[in-house]
Design a protein. Sequence first.
Lengths: 114, 113
Amino acid sequence: DAGVIQSPRHEVTEMGQEVTLRCKPISGHNSLFWYRQTMMRGLELLIYFNNNVPIDDSGMPEDRFSAKMPNASFSTLKIQPSEPRDSAVYFCASSLGQGTIEQYFGPGTRLTVT
Amino acid sequence: AQSVTQLDSQVPVFEEAPVELRCNYSSSVSVYLFWYVQYPNQGLQLLLKYLSGSTLVKGINGFEAEFNKSQTSFHLRKPSVHISDTAEYFCAVTYTGGFKTIFGAGTRLFVKA
């Protein structure tokens, strides 16, 4: 089992550019989570999918952020346009169920917006 | 509002000493409790979890945690730490019937030689 796969691992971009982060959950998992981690705000849940359907996107900070899950094995988090305050580590996690089951985290994407 | 409080942001400790990382959550309704560990430049990985049953839960790497419903706490302990335990530890709670897992702010454990 390869675990949760995220790409790219590092992304450096200029303010105003579009950024797309990618995630492949563990095969068979039906829940997928996107988190953002910063020193100031800690670990924040951005959006949660269950069976490819967005269940809760209340953590998405602004309309500049969007997430999709076109199928069970792929999800994207897009920021357009990016801003320096979006600099953070973005984690994708997947799990077999809703809440009672542990989440498996990917290695994260470190985003730097200059 | 539901919340998780990790009482210590940093815990320095000498190698082979015991350690306790404290975690409290905001409600006494039924909960599922987790501790995750994050090593530098890595994602979080599960240390242990409490779903039901015995209040003392054993996890990987010699860690254990005790669920105390009356105190709404789930403190993490290890009797003798190693240098390799240096990492950030996150307490997390899911309330029964909910789907969202709420994470604490994290406790950075620093083990000194």
